[in-house]
Design a protein. Sequence first.
Length: 323
Amino acid sequence: MAATPQGLHVGQAVRVDGLSELPEGKPDYAASMAECSAGMFATTLRSRRARQKSALPPLRWLPRFVLGRSGTDKVIGAQVDMSQLWLSVPRRTLRKSRRKSLGQQQREFDSDLLGNACSQAATWPDAMRLMVSLEDDQAPDGDFNGRLNTVLQNSDFPVSRLDLVFQESGLAQDDKETCYTLSALRDQGCQIFLGGFGSAPSSLSLLRERAVGGLLDGVQFDASLLTPSDMTWQQSGEAPLLDEGSMLFYRAALEAVKALGLKVRGIGLDFPDLLAFAQKVGCVEASGAVLAAPETTAQINERFEENAGRPRRRRMARTAEGL
């Protein structure tokens, strides 16, 4: 049984549909058979719809690599590809969500995302870690561990293999409940990262306080911030692949992060120059197209099996990917 942040008990109801036998020796036997066929068809249709409704939506995964100095990169898990995630959200869900507040939408989206990701990652080898970036800018709130505990119990995924990326506004909440939530997660092996570092007004004092307090493992740096903007590039000719000023600034900022004992993981490494920058600044982990393109659940399972030395085989995954 996987360890969870809180000891909540979740019960699951099981529904069993019984089928009645047709009476024998009746004059309207053919009509009864027709009714039976119609009933069986309706039952099959309901079962098919139920399976479609319960099938997990297709997720895209970005393999997570530990960057090696000699060019050898080791895969340690995968992260949900947030850039592709909204493509799988049904339109009816979006229409329905307009009636709710933004905070409620974000909270429900995170719960669904965590549930689907943990369920699909439950079959991964024990050494592979799952990372999920959360959209709720108020997480972790006081009820976060309770919601997460329900997700972990339903999916049977261990919290010790889960890594969470929170937004800065959520981590900046200065109250005891936030500190308790973060410490409870980290005590059970869940790593905590600050997302969007450098993309919004950031405070190094927040990083220092959370690092010294033992509530933070690292920051997630989006390397796309190093590419020059069309709005700022004024010189003649084509813009360079990387902006020199941005490279100098973020190299110094990431050095300050490492001085606090925090890890830096780079994302958005879509071409070799960004990977070279990540290696030079000492990123311990990275994801991006230059390392591996986004993969389906079946593809990421195959990668993990091959990495663990298991024989390659096809697996029927409970997803809507049409495999």
